[in-house]
Design a protein around this ligand. Structure first.
Ligand code: SF4
Length: 512
């Protein structure tokens, strides 16, 4: 392993850590974030996008606040890029990686094209193992079904493992409104719950927080020492605070990574074993499953399990890959199959393949916009590139700005383990939003003018010459002012003395 470069954020680097786990004199990768309290004065954590009812989310405004917090921005960017690099190393270790991606994509497309059959097959097989199967049309129905099951058992507290579907359904606020206590068992998700924030990433929910932020949250909520940001201390304190709640909970809830039609079983992948606690400590287990999580056969699991953790965290496997088949002895198991807009998305010609997503987060880790703006700047359940194409299917007006938070560089599509053409769908959403009159007139007019200019070479060259002259002579305030959003965070490059075109004309006379 090569030595990490010196410019790494201190949270990612602890060369002098006497407790570091080493092999052959080198730090192990997973020890890179080992504990050393930061010496500097903590920088306040930038918060996410402001949400005002149905008003379009201003992602750029929230991103600007994130960028204005340099400690957070640097740590976030580097931590996610580190995951991307680890993913690349794992990918290069598997000769058949591209074949796996194609296979995963084909399995998902086949399943989505026969979804009704596979869902019914799953339901029949699950019922045959004594599982109660429920169908939820939308988020409200999901929450009511779960509430009904809990009420039938007189349950007042619920431990749950991380599930983006329950985030999508607004499950925790709903449960709070009916007086049922929900305790998240995933450490990152628990941090976010205690801080009253949504997860900022589908795999690492608190990745935008510095250790000092976590120390502040824990000191406020579970009474730890606010000056101690040692990760071992913080994790141990959380374990001590949460274990008693887990042991006395009335019910447990998990999400699902894959549900297998031919066996009626489902699989949950975690690194903390917390899904196993949620499913096995209380006698009542409820699993919320998005209908797109179905795969036809048990053997298909091998394809997805090999891709998932490598794409997500650059590790060969999740620590726990837990299979659930039926209720434990003396217990009860319920599965809620949730649509919540998925059937409608399946009918969208340009966007249906977004349902192939296995929520690995690789597209987020590689995205330059996401890495530098933080997941909460999107103001939606799903952030990063996959969020740009899923969120508008829920509400095209509210999330109308999101598809513009991309450079369309295509890196997201390149890393996606199920080969979703993410950047093309982002572009397609831009077209769709213009058609639906969801793009401000000024932006539409600017795009139209740019399109005209770029399709007329003579006019384009004249404009470039004029712009070069203007840039060289105009006072700074004329170029960098409130009207120039692009220039708020960037310097316009110095114009070259001559363009390639004029050099070519002068030196080659336009001839080959
Ligand atoms: S779109 Fe692809 S890369 Fe992004 S989270 Fe989903 S599966 Fe992973």
């Amino acid at each position: 392993m090569s030595t990490p470069p010196a410019m790494l954020h201190p949270e990612l680097l602890a060369h002098d850590d006497p407790d570091a786990i080493t092999r052959d004199g080198q730090r192990l990768d997973h020890a890179e974030a080992a504990s050393k309290p930061l010496q500097s004065r903590p920088e306040p954590q930038p918060r996410g996008a402001k949400v005002y009812g149905n008003r379009p989310i201003d992602q750029a405004e929230a991103a600007a606040r994130f960028i204005a917090a340099p400690e957070h921005e640097k740590m976030h960017d580097e931590r996610l890029w580190d995951l991307r690099q680890k993913r690349d190393r794992e990918m290069h270790g598997i000769a058949e990686w591209e074949e796996l991606r194609s296979l995963a994509s084909a399995i998902k497309e086949h399943t989505l094209s026969h979804l009704d059959q596979y869902l019914e097959q799953f339901e029949d097989n699950a019922r045959s193992h004594g599982v109660h199967v429920h169908w939820a049309r939308d988020a409200a129905e999901h929450n009511q079904i779960v509430h009904g099951i809990l009420s039938d058992h007189g349950a007042k507290s619920l431990i749950k493992s991380k599930s983006m579907l329950t985030e999508e359904c607004g499950f925790r606020p709903y449960m709070a409104s009916v007086g049922i206590e929900v305790i998240e068992t995933d450490l990152g998700e628990r941090i976010q719950q205690l801080d009253n924030e949504d997860p900022s990433h589908v795999v690492v929910p608190a990745v935008h927080k510095l250790r000092t932020d976590v120390a502040e949250v824990f000191s406020r909520t579970i009474g730890t020492d606010p000056a101690n940001s040692d990760v071992h201390y913080l994790a141990e304190a959380q374990r001590e605070a949460t274990r008693p709640l887990i042991l006395k909970a009335d019910a447990g809830m998990t999400g699902c990574n894959f549900a297998v039609a031919e066996t009626g079983t489902f699989v949950v992948c975690t690194n903390e074993g917390n899904a196993d606690l949620s499913a096995n400590v209380p006698k009542l287990h409820i699993a919320s499953i998005g209908i797109e999580k179905i795969i036809p056969r048990f053997e298909h699991l091998a394809v997805f399990v090999r891709l998932l953790s490598r794409s997500a965290l650059g590790s060969p496997m999740t620590q726990y890959t837990s299979h659930f088949r039926g209720p434990r002895a003396g217990g009860e198991m319920h599965v809620v199959l949730v649509d919540n807009g998925r059937s409608e998305r399946l009918g969208l010609e340009e966007f249906w393949t977004s349902l192939k997503c296995i929520r690995c987060g690789a597209c987020m880790n590689t995205c330059p916009v996401y890495r530098r703006s933080g997941g909460l700047s999107y103001g939606a359940t799903y952030s990063g590139p996959i969020g740009l194409i899923i969120d508008p299917t829920f509400n095209a007006h509210k999330y109308s700005n999101l598809p513009f938070a991309s450079t369309l560089n295509g890196s997201c599509s390149n890393v996606c383990p199920v080969k979703i053409n993410i950047h093309e769908q982002i572009y397609a959403w831009r077209r769709e939003l213009v058609k639906r009159h969801e793009v401000p007139f000024a932006k539409q007019a600017a795009m139209k003018a740019a399109g005209e200019l770029l399709s007329h070479p003579a006019a384009y060259r004249a404009a470039i010459t004029a712009a070069d002259t203007a840039l060289a002579h105009l006072p700074r305030f004329v170029i960098y002012n409130g009207l120039n959003a692009w220039g708020r965070h960037r310097e316009v490059p110095h114009p070259p003395k001559e363009t390639f075109h004029s050099w070519y004309q002068a030196n080659r006379g336009g001839k080959q």
